[in-house]
Write a protein that binds this ligand. Structure first.
Ligand code: PLP
Length: 419
């Protein structure tokens, strides 16, 4: 096991050393079908650096205990490590307080928490909730369920042919019935970066709270919740080099305090009798039961790692990869890029004339290239573009131009084979 201090952090004086970064990710040495693995499925999940793997390992080997309730040393050590991870997240997204960070299983659970708790308490018959046409299913279905239950209306901001929100339509859509807006920051299918700050500022003129789905944002661009002034923000650990099954919800204190609990159980209570229960303070009110302690510690480590590389350096590297890939891929005959927004990051979705994305994915797999094919949990968006699916290459801090070349080579080979 590498000592923590030895972990290769490969950015020095404006020089981003991607090969050194790759050394931190053991899985990248893997061979697939006797070819070097080219992992371009980062929007689905990212690979984990040794730094994160070691921290999770260290938790289980040296401090495993349940948190918050124990007076013994091990429990206190585990509690400290768990709460330190919360502070890492707080600082990373620039929240004011650590009580605003609620550990969840991921973005999906965070959105469901808000829809169930805030939504059930505040949305009434005839109210309207605004989402967009480029939402992931996890930012559609919870609101749809709520609207069904409350007889409220779900309204959808349309998307233009480049895959950008039609902002004027959003402004027209807002009215006195609008009671909540939930919107994706970066689209997982198109890579579009939405004008979230502008949208929030507009919504706040009418006192409408906004939730930001930052699942594809925190790993690519700087996210500052105070600057955005968002009311809620959700993200998943596994998309930012952390473990699966852990993520976070950020919320403004006054909103979180006014909301009823989402789940009942241990840790979220202050006092329980059979007649009545009073609830614990934030953030514990929303963290019923034993959490994924190792996962939270792993997520804290992932954020530490990202901080060491530098989110601005990552953004720049990924942007240059996206630009290079967009140029190279244009040489593939019959290829059409889906998602050509001016503001874009890290995702390259495309279709090839007369070749089904699943055939593309399978063929590339034999070249060692892992991309995602399908609807990417955005079926309404696929319907908008009148396609069943796309092939999607998505980039992370450890990808290289040489890997893009392997992808493009594979695509050209597919054209030869399929004619
Ligand atoms: N929102 C977006 C934009 C996503 O890309 C994803 C996952 O792909 C999710 C939400 C759901 O994240 P999770 O499955 O980690 O809860």
């Amino acid at each position: 096991m590498k000592a923590e201090a030895e972990t290769v952090i490969a950015v020095s004086k404006n020089k981003y050393n991607v090969n050194k970064i790759r050394e931190d990710f053991p899985i990248l040495k893997k061979k697939v079908h006797d070819k070097n693995l080219v992992y371009l499925d980062n929007a689905a999940t990212t690979q984990k650096p040794t730094y994160v793997i070691d921290k999770v390992n260290k938790y289980y080997t040296t401090m495993n205990a349940n948190i918050h309730r124990g007076v013994h040393a091990l429990s206190q050590e585990a509690t400290e490590a768990f709460e330190a991870a919360r502070i890492q997240i707080k600082q990373f997204i620039n929240a004011l307080g650590k009580n605003q960070i609620i550990f969840t299983r991921g973005t999906t659970e965070a959105i469901n928490l808000v829809a169930s708790s805030y939504g059930r308490a505040n949305i009434k018959e005839g109210d309207e909730i605004i989402i967009s046409h480029m939402e992931h299913h996890s930012n559609i279905v919870p609101w749809q369920l709520l609207c069904k239950e409350k007889n409220a209306k779900l309204r959808v901001i349309p998307v233009n042919d480049n895959g950008e929100l039609i902002y004027e339509e959003f402004e027209k859509m807002v009215n006195e019935r609008t009671k909540f807006i939930s919107i994706v920051y970066v689209s997982n299918s198109l890579g579009t970066i939405n004008p979230i700050k502008e949208l929030i500022s507009y919504a706040h003129q009418f006192n409408i709270p906004v939730l930001v789905d930052a699942a594809q944002a925190v790993n690519h661009i700087r996210v500052d919740v105070q600057d955005l002034d968002c009311d809620f923000l959700a993200f998943s650990g596994h998309k930012i080099y952390g473990p699966t099954g852990i993520g976070a919800l950020y919320g403004k204190v006054e909103l979180l305090e006014s909301m009823p609990p989402y789940m009942g159980g241990g840790d979220m209570i202050s006092k329980v009798t059979f007649e009545e229960t009073t609830y614990n303070e934030l953030p514990h009110k929303f963290e019923a039961g034993t959490p994924d302690i190792a996962g939270a510690i792993g997520l804290g480590a992932a954020i530490e790692y990202v901080n060491k590389v530098g989110i601005e350096n990552i953004k720049e590297h990924e942007h240059s990869l996206l630009e290079y890939a967009t140029k190279q891929i244009a040489e593939v005959p019959g290829l059409k890029i889906i998602g050509t927004a001016k503001e874009k990051t890290s995702v390259l979705s495309f279709v090839l004339e007369n070749i089904h994305p699943h055939d593309i994915g399978t063929f590339l797999d034999f070249e060692g290239v892992a991309i995602r094919t399908g609807h990417h949990c955005t079926q309404p968006l696929m319907q908008r573009f009148k396609i069943p699916a796309t092939s999607r290459a998505s980039f992370a801090m450890y990808n290289t131009k040489e890997e893009v070349d392997v992808l493009v080579y594979g695509l050209k080979k597919i054209i030869e084979v399929f004619g």
